[in-house]
Design a protein around this ligand. Structure first.
Ligand code: NAD
Length: 357
């Protein structure tokens, strides 16, 4: 039998889930607040044409919990939240729609701070910002941090260098054969760092236009067929497209010693595929640790954006990844589990120091 909303919240540890609807603009939203122990919940707003409301709720619950872990491990004083808007982006997006949504966000009095995500842009954040101050990722001309992708890519690059150090004793990526799956926003910025360092790049995407754009920017990259990527003889696999690409079938084929990429939820099932990677000797940089550059960047906007502070804070992903590799090795556990435990410990420790004056 299908669990009720409350039962799902109880099993995943959510504090609050808010449903919002407005017939005039066609807005249908679910705002999920997972945990606010460290601070207000921050997470993007995703606009997607979900098949069912249950599917939308599952996404909101799963993604908001992920944000709790991402902020906690990144040392941010923020909790985890996420909003999903249900419907067809091409039909719904307009000023009134975003402002109505902004009013709902405002009604939560800062317990949830929103940002960009799939199908939402910094321009949409500008409209939301007309109705609430609890919005980040605003355009640069409004004092915001703009597109988070360059900083996400920088964080992935630093996490990848840490993994290279663990695998080969040096963090140089010069001459390393790297497959970047997904030539989108993050993928292309990542390619820039890797090309500059002298890596040999293979790239794939389902969108021909994106491949063409990447090839124009970086003529030396080699475009490969999507279907046979795990047959390639590569050193590093960088998933920058979609989740669950690290699964039983792909791990069985993989020849690379390192996985380091931007996608969310890379392991199809962390309890199965985390240990499988350890068994195969593949170094995996936990997704919510390595792809936190974007959230770190927008979190800095809350106190007044400063690029130097943002890039330095994102750079800490390097040492954090090395720490996780050490803990995982010492405790004989997989890296995703080590990262989750580190995030949970920080939440517990900080909750504890807040007792008393
Ligand atoms: P994007 O939409 O700009 O790029 C994704 C690319 O992947 C697209 O070009 C798309 O065509 C391609 N793609 C989709 N399915 C594919 C497949 N089966 N095989 C190969 N390519 C495929 O997204 P983005 O902003 O670059 O983000 C990339 C990933 O990183 C996403 O999983 C996203 O959730 C995650 N992420 C992004 C950020 C950020 O700051 N943008 C932050 C954290 C995590």
């Amino acid at each position: 039998m299908q669990q009720t909303v409350l039962e799902q919240m109880q099993s995943m540890g959510h504090e609050q889930v808010v449903y919002c609807q407005d017939p005039h603009t066609g807005l249908n939203a679910i705002i999920a607040i997972h945990n606010t122990t460290l601070g207000p919940s921050l997470g993007g707003t995703r606009l997607w044409n979900y098949n069912t409301h249950e599917e939308a709720l599952t996404d909101a619950l799963r993604l908001s919990r992920g944000m709790t872990y991402k902020s906690a491990i990144s040392g941010l004083n923020l909790g985890g939240g996420k909003a999903v808007l249900i419907g067809d982006a091409s039909k719904l997006k307009c000023e009134a729609y975003w402002r109505r949504y902004g009013k709902f966000v405002n009604s939560l009095n800062g317990k949830y701070i929103t940002a960009e995500d799939v199908n939402t842009s910094s321009i949409d954040m500008e409209y939301i910002g007309m109705e609430t101050k609890f919005v980040t990722g605003k355009p640069e001309y409004m004092g915001g941090s703009g597109d988070p992708s360059p900083l996400t890519a920088y964080g992935v690059y630093m996490g990848m260098k840490a993994a290279a150090k663990k695998a080969w004793g040096s963090d140089s990526l010069s001459g390393k054969k790297i497959l970047v799956q997904g030539a989108g926003n993050v993928g292309q910025y990542l390619m820039g760092h890797l090309v500059e360092e002298g890596a040999k790049l293979y790239i794939c995407d389902i969108n021909e236009a994106k491949l063409k754009q990447a090839k124009q920017k970086y003529p030396k990259v080699e475009v490969v067929d999507n279907k046979n990527i795990f047959d390639l003889d590569i050193d590093i696999y960088a998933p920058c497209a979609l989740g669950a690409t690290v699964n039983t079938e792909s791990i069985n084929k993989m020849k690379c010693p390192v996985i380091a990429g931007a996608a969310n939820n890379q392991l199809a099932d962390e309890n199965i595929h985390g240990p499988m990677l350890v068994e195969k000797g593949i170094i995996y940089v936990p997704d919510f640790l390595i792809n936190a550059g974007g959230i770190i960047n927008i979190s800095i906007e809350i106190d007044g954006y400063n690029y130097d502070r943002a890039i330095n804070t994102v750079g800490k992903i390097y040492n954090r990844a090395l720490d996780i590799f050490d803990i995982a090795e010492k405790e004989n556990i997989h890296t995703q589990l080590a990262a989750m435990r580190m995030a949970e410990k920080r939440i517990k420790d900080i909750a504890n120091i807040r007792v008393g004056i």
